[in-house]
Design a protein around this ligand. Sequence first.
Ligand SMILES: [Cu+2]
Length: 666
Amino acid sequence: MLLGGALAAIASSPLKSFGRKGRRKPPAYGDPAPGTPQAFRDLIEQHKFTHELGTDSGTGISPDTGVPPLVSSDQSFSVFTKPEHVMHAKSSSSLSPLPGVDNAKDFDDRDVYHGIAPEYDVGGDHKNARGESLFPAGSWPEEKHVEMRVVDHVTEIIKGVATPCFAYLVGNQPSFPGPTYLVEAGEALVVRTINDLHDVEISTHQHGGCLPSHADGYPDFWCLPGKVRDYFYPNVVHRELLSDGSEGGQFDESYWQSTMWYHDHSMDITGFTVAQGLAGYYLQVDSLERGLMESGVLPNIFENEYGIHDIPLAIQDTRLNEDGSIHYDFLDHAGRLGDIFMVNGKASPRLTVQPRKYRFRILNGSNARVYMLRLSDRSSFLQIGKDSYLLPSAFGLDEVMMTSGERADLIVDFSKYSEGEEIYLENWMEQTDGRGPDGVGRKAQQQLIKFVVEGSAQGNISVADGTKLRPHVGVLASGIPIAGEFEWKTDRKNGAWTINGELFNPLRSDVAPVLGTAQRWFVENKSGGWWHPMHTHLTGSEINKRPRGDDLPSVKERERFDAVGPHKVDMISLANNTRREINVRLQTFDGPFVLHCHTVEHEDMRMMAVMDVRTPGTDRHDMDGEEHIPSEISGMPEDFHADGYFEHFGDVGRLIGRGVGFDHLK
Ligand SMILES: [Cu+2]
């Protein structure tokens, strides 16, 4: 299956201004159907806010009716909706054949067909392309192994409606969305991924991770149907530079990530696979955050607080067909909007809470929707993290905007409420198509999840406005030179979105920074009325300067900067006609990596660029736009391109030659 971007039309639409009225609707093509059938809407209404997260209220139609996906006592992974179990991977040597063994190809075709990253060294000292160990001396981790299948599944988004979907399966219980990983910083993990889908190639990206290119979900480093790929997650971050410029010091603690997520990133079809359910959380805890947990500042995830007082809430909009299946329109390139709002895969659920503080790790896992989240009584809450990173300090706010792919790590205090009180998390952002939101207003008001306060508080946490969390170390302060400046300009050309005038070509390098340097980037969106939330793989983006109000989709971002100072993010949301400045540190792993728009349908329309971080003197590959990346790095077998699996390989040549879309619609 190689659908989507290259083969279909794209809306050509007038400019649009955020918050302005009276703009013309874009021409409608794709599926003009009225949306999720009324019968299903009636069912949602009937069961509204009755599905308690963390319990099973299924009817038996769906296999995921509440048994947590436990394989064995030392490999327990948790699903969002049944989150009693904190999950630890198996210790090493649970996989057969072992990851990275030389004779892997002699095993059955299903075994490790795509190999493992060259940075993975069996029984040795994992090193990057520059020969630097990924781990400081003496911190060699105990390696963990996990086997994860990607399978067809049936879930129950609406009570009583069986919905076919895709799911990640760890153990014996598939879950929609996927199971939550919990790793400790510096604890290397190999996830053996088996693609049991029929005719759908996948490529798993760990969003926020600092990973070898082979394991990063590069869009055409696939795990093919029926095949296996070993994803090597060393769970490292950039290390401090020694005086000779090599990466040899301790980990830079300011880069440790907390709330990451993983999702499919397969070229041209990511919008489809994510809508089908291929997304989940990937949580990491380092010693600093563990200290905050053990001293009672934050809930202690290692003391069974996961799913109790530390709860991931993934917000996604979706739409169902008449047969209960998930609607996806490959012709809607503006960006998929749904008319059903899910939290953790369930339409309009509820969560019973105690009168105390909770940590909610909120993910906007929607393909194209922008949210403005508020509590129904307009109470304020704390933000402790943005995207993968804990902020330097907690700060109070009463609404938070989230574009696709962003995370907001929030603390909500229910202690002021009395028994039985009901509070909703609401969306106030109006949006009618995938180009971007129209503005904030009551017309858009949508209750997403109901919190019901019950019982007495079991313990509490002390985090408050101003509590110090993760100190920020500036890119410049880290001693790494800013080796250059680079501009990324998004635009719309020939009916498609481009970055610096180009469509994504997985074989072409768009910027090739030297490993061990930093760059100052200017990211600019001049593409008329379109919004583009931009995401860069490999490393965090440092917001070093107080942003101009005109350059922000929400002035709350400047309030955040004023409150916490420079900090790291992994998403930069570009409203129309805005420009942002960031610093990025390009360390640890050689490329290729992508940066792209996280409105997933724009990404599928090739709104991606390639950052090929390179170690001088190495000859890993030549990204001239034509030559294939060597098998060792891509994991694609040497004979792959010769055997005709994809005759036209994503139609790259065709795209470059004539642009995207049907000519008569341009
Ligand atoms: Cu975009």
